[in-house]
Design a protein around this ligand. Structure first.
Ligand code: AMP
Length: 148
């Protein structure tokens, strides 16, 4: 296996988050790699075209971002890596994860995988989106019903 220098760990705060983080941290320790954490706030107002007469509640978005920041701090503290870089972005999870990985030169993205249907049945929607768009390696950690 390649020696990874910087592992970007994706966090969705679901019940599977713990498992994904533990796997990623195990690998980071074994490889002596730096770790960073990312959560993407999927605010739906953001998804509409700019000319749609939809009230985009920036205050609500700011609250989601603030809450995600607080939660990410708790997660990294509870996992014993409070000094790790933490990114909270707004938008499409797959696109933002790939963008931040590129911007910060991560060479491995760790993501949970619990597919539902089609290719997404194998990988999960975010995992398949990241895998298609990423130029670095992606480790899909099997979680949920498909885990053995
Ligand atoms: P899903 O697309 O719901 O199957 O999610 C699969 C995995 O993608 C999760 O276990 C996380 O690792 C990652 N993920 C999903 N949504 C987000 C998000 N909003 N921010 C960061 N990572 C996410």
């Amino acid at each position: 296996m390649a020696d990874y220098q910087h592992i970007l760990i994706t966090v969705d705060f679901s019940s599977e988050t713990d498992y994904v983080i533990d796997k990623a941290l195990e690998l980071a320790t074994a490889q002596n790699a730096k770790t960073s954490f990312i959560h993407v706030v999927e605010y739906t107002g953001y998804l509409y075209p700019p000319d749609t007469p939809l009230p985009v509640d920036l205050d609500l978005e700011a609250q989601f971002v603030e809450r995600a920041r607080t939660n990410l701090v708790s997660v990294t503290e509870s996992k014993g890596v409070p000094g790790a870089a933490q990114y909270v972005e707004v938008g499409s999870p797959a696109l933002e994860i790939v963008r931040i990985a590129q911007q910060h030169a991560a060479d491995l993205i760790v993501i949970g995988s619990h597919g539902r249907h089609g290719l997404q049945r194998i990988l999960g929607s975010t995992a398949s989106g990241v895998l298609h768009a990423s130029s670095c390696d992606v480790l899909a950690v099997r979680v949920g019903a498909c885990k053995t």
